[in-house]
Design a protein around this ligand. Sequence first.
Ligand code: ADP
Ligand code: SF4
Length: 691
Amino acid sequence: MREPRFDILFEPVRIGPVRTRNRFFQVPHCNGMGHVHPTAHAVMRGVKAEGGWAVVCTEEVEIHHSTDVAPYIEGRIWDDADVPMHARLVEMVHEHGALAGIELVHSGMVAPNLYVRRPPLGPANLPVSGTHPVQARAMDAGDIADLRRWHRQAVARSLSAGYDLVYVYAAHGLSTVQHFLSRRYNDRDDAYGGSLENRARLLREILEDTLDEVDGRAAVACRICVDELIGDNGVGRSEIEQVLSLVGELPDLWDFMVGEWDFDSITSRFADEGAQEQYVRGLKQLTSKPVVGVGRFTSPDTMVRMVQDGVLDLVGAARPSIADPFLPRKIEEGRWEDIRECIGCNICVTGDPLMTPIRCTQNPSMGEEWRRGWHPEQMRPRTADATVLVVGAGPAGLEAAMSLGRRGYDVVLAEATDVLGGRVSREARLPGLAAWIRVVDYRAGQLAKLPNVEVARGSRLDAAEVLGYDFDHVAIATGSRWRADGVGRWHTHPLALDGVELLTPDHLLTRTRPAGGRVVIYDDDHYYMGGVLAELLASEGREVTIVTPEPRVSEWTVNTMEQHRIQRKLLELGVTVIASHALASAEGGAVRAACAFTGRERELACDALVLVTARLPEDGLAAGLRDHPSVSVIGDAWSPGTIAAAVWDGRRYAEELGEPPTDDDEPPFHREVVALAPREAQRPASPAALS
Ligand code: ADP
Ligand code: SF4
């Protein structure tokens, strides 16, 4: 039974013509599936509805072929051909009693239109965002009339697909409507430029068009950026208050967000739960309409406070709904300690820039709901009795043991140390990464509830012991170690490294520190580790230089939307950044780094060199178990990767155990193959047509 203090979260909210079943609202979020993997997308959204969310939305959906954010994979509703995939999504969401929402977008200054090959449209003649050699064309009165008509048509198609809620989108810096609203892009001197009233004209017109088109058959939401965080050049508090005085009563729901996506979905390394509150607080009082907003909310108490304090009416979530699609149901059933809390790592976000289906560190079933038939809460019962030994309680071993336990197997999880969590228990001690311990906490909590799983701490096993125990199956999840020889991406053979103290992340993670004060970190890994170790050592007072062959530190974190924050932090801490340089050698109290372009070397005097390069699997135990009939190596011990990959592999092992083995010649998952057009649809340029 749920606790009475959470009752308020289960009150219905009226949004224009519709009523929610509770206050849990999955706001629109990208997923790398969109119009390319529509069935996978529809089923994923359906699972959120099953988990109790009252409203489940799409990602941004392009309204017309004049706006194309390719190669990013978002939704499309360009014409009637796109409607069936939306109807499927709506069907999945309705099947579980939730309302379905669609976020319509015209991407203006951020759509390079690489696929459709026509000039993007925006308020001004300006280059589109990014580095594409593409400029948007300033819209004239005819273009504005076209845009309004296209938006209306997309609304009509959304209704025919069955959506209950239609978004007018003016947020994240991603929509034409916002580009008109903001002085950042709007330099017009017509009725759509200059005063705020003029800049808000397009927003008003599109809201009115949308309300007129839906005609009470669906609710109209408006997602708006309440502070662009760019000072006087953009919309800030005073302007958003004026916007609300102009159009505050038009939509049925306001969805308030702050900054661009990198602030809206800021990582836990740089902000805590509810970071947006200070910007949103007080705005709800300027409209009679309900308000939704986000804040990586995973604590039901924080959610209650948001509602009771009059900040929000609906608890918005993207990442918490990804990490735990069943979050509302768990609170409702009084099982809030079972919530799989988002760790704020933004691995989910990477699906968008990397144009691949969404994945999640905490929820390995995310993106696999249809493809592999994985469910966030349920697992197929085992088909036969068997005992399983899982060796190593890092993320892979923990997930495997928990998932095997859920399938009903008798499991022993043996961990060499007294601490569960492997690399996560150590990495969560690094600056800003404390929330990552939730990967361990959730699984440790669940394991404690599984009587068929025994956890043996302080149990370092060797091959003879494993063979002696006579388990039917053994999963080796013994992790990996960082290399100490310079081998990584740049150098694929060991370097001669002498004359300075050599350390790897493993040393620093186990609290070893360099003896001297001057440290060079060589980062040829490019994810978070090099940057976070630089932060650690600099904040402890060491003189730190970070050398990387990439042009920026922690280059891969552009995909988690943190790179700019990491580099700023290091520069503010006084770390010297030497980019586009590779480690060449170390001797006599110095390392030499070579320019990635010219090869020209420079010498860096230092006491210690920290190598953040590549890892080697700790798979020695498996070698001694060749005589065992069923041994699998999983997680980092099989192939070092992300924590998300280790968790996923633990789940995969548990899913596949006892199932008919596949020969790997066929894909072990469903996929959607693009339908081939009939021959008649081909239009070759015929000689007659050319003459
Ligand atoms: P992964 O990311 O693949 O889960 P980790 O490196 O995080 O890997 O975790 C591996 C875990 O395995 C660590 O907690 C480590 O202490 C444990 N371990 C390593 N070797 C053994 C062993 N021989 N017996 C039991 N536990 C082991
Ligand atoms: Fe949260 Fe990380 Fe999962 Fe994204 S990938 S939902 S940030 S745990």
